[in-house]
Design a protein around this ligand. Structure first.
Ligand SMILES: NC(=O)c1ccc[n+]([C@@H]2O[C@H](COP(=O)([O-])OP(=O)(O)OC[C@H]3O[C@@H](n4cnc5c(N)ncnc54)[C@H](O)[C@@H]3O)[C@@H](O)[C@H]2O)c1
Length: 318
């Protein structure tokens, strides 16, 4: 496939906190962008991060990095939004909704005023709700408003499964779908290593198959953020790299299948809500979401996830 990466790619980052700055650092190392602008309500923070990042430039890729304002979003191929309050110990992602929706109401119109055609990539929580809100507030077509969704949860899941199976995480094919949050759903029915279901992999290649182990692996995946926040206050490396992976798939037109949050229409009775399914990501954002054949338990889980998300959207009048 044609590599559409070019050397005038600008990426705007709204929110230069833990997630925004970590993403900027990973993006710099990737060489995908020639310009990175950091925009934050706390301009000093953005300025400090920009200066610090610039000192890494001579050691990596030639990139212009600065702390800017919304007018600098003009011409950005992708604007990545990480602005907002993060979870404190014990808080769920949904607990953040009122505060972060208010931030989105002020931020999104300012972005589209200067950049009416770029792609928005959402990382703030509650992710799925804010992605839907960003689509509504921006007036952009749904394919151009992407939520990072369960790209992180899927990475956590593959990592933990790989540790159990003793193989490279990249050789584990398994998705987390639904809400990026407590109601997310593991798709056991299509999870595989070398084309074998996980049960077959274990029966043929491990000492024993114990479904309890897999149950615990999912629980650790779902609850990973709570544990990390308890231990170090915030999570940012996994999402930072996940955002780079989505940006790469867009800029290089890779048509990669990644689990991201997108507008779901007519799928197992689910309609008009953002949640994660494996999606084909290309130069225009989400090319399509993939209609996975799910078992009964997975369908019920996904429908529950969509209800949780719709109820939260209704509290915002959306
Ligand atoms: N999608 C994921 O997988 C994932 C993973 C980790 C964190 N998050 C979410 O990302 C968000 C950011 O987390 P963090 O740890 O970087 O938080 P942080 O507090 O370190 O950074 C947030 C930044 O947003 C800025 N900000 C606040 N209001 C703003 C506004 N109106 N305009 C511009 N900037 C504004 C703040 O000044 C701050 O610098 C949170 O909502 C968090 O829950 C998502």
């Amino acid at each position: 496939m044609e590599d559409t990466t070019n050397h005038s790619v600008k990426i705007a980052i709204i929110g230069a906190g833990n997630v925004g700055a970590t993403f900027a650092y990973a993006l710099l190392g990737s060489g995908l962008a020639s310009q990175i602008v950091l925009i934050d309500a706390n301009h000093k923070r953005a300025e400090g991060e920009a200066i610090d990042l610039n000192h890494a430039v001579p050691l990596t890729h030639s990139t212009r990095i600065w702390a800017g304002d919304y007018e600098d979003c003009a011409g950005a191929a992708i604007t990545v939004i990480t602005a907002g309050t993060a979870q404190k110990p014990g808080e769920t992602r949904l607990d953040l909704v009122q505060r972060n929706y208010a931030i989105y109401q002020s931020v999104i119109p300012q972005i589209v005023a200067h950049n009416p055609t770029g792609i928005l990539l959402i990382a703030s929580n509650p992710l799925d709700v804010l992605s839907y809100a960003a689509m509504k507030l921006s007036g952009l077509p749904a394919n151009r408003v992407i939520g990072s969704g369960t790209i992180l949860d899927t990475a956590r899941f593959r990592y933990l499964l790989s540790q159990h199976a003793g193989v490279d995480p990249r050789s584990v094919h398994a998705f987390i779908i639904g809400e990026h949050g407590d109601s997310e759903v593991p798709v056991w029915s299509s999870a595989n290593i070398a084309g074998m279901s996980l049960a077959d992999y274990c029966r043929m290649n491990c000492e024993e198959y114990n479904p309890e182990v897999y149950k615990r692996i999912f629980e650790q995946t779902r609850d990973a953020a709570y544990r990390i926040i308890e231990l170090k206050g915030a999570t940012f490396y996994g999402i930072g790299m996940g955002l780079v992976r989505i940006v790469e798939a867009i800029l290089r037109g890779q048509h990669t299948v990644l689990s991201v949050s997108t507008l779901i229409q007519d799928y197992y009775g689910i309609d008009d809500v953002y949640l994660s399914l494996p999606c084909v990501i290309g130069p225009d954002g989400v090319n399509k979401f993939l209609r996975l054949p799910l078992n009964e338990e997975e369908v019920a889980g996904l429908q529950k996830s969509s209800i949780v998300l719709k109820e939260t959207l209704h509290t915002l009048g959306l």
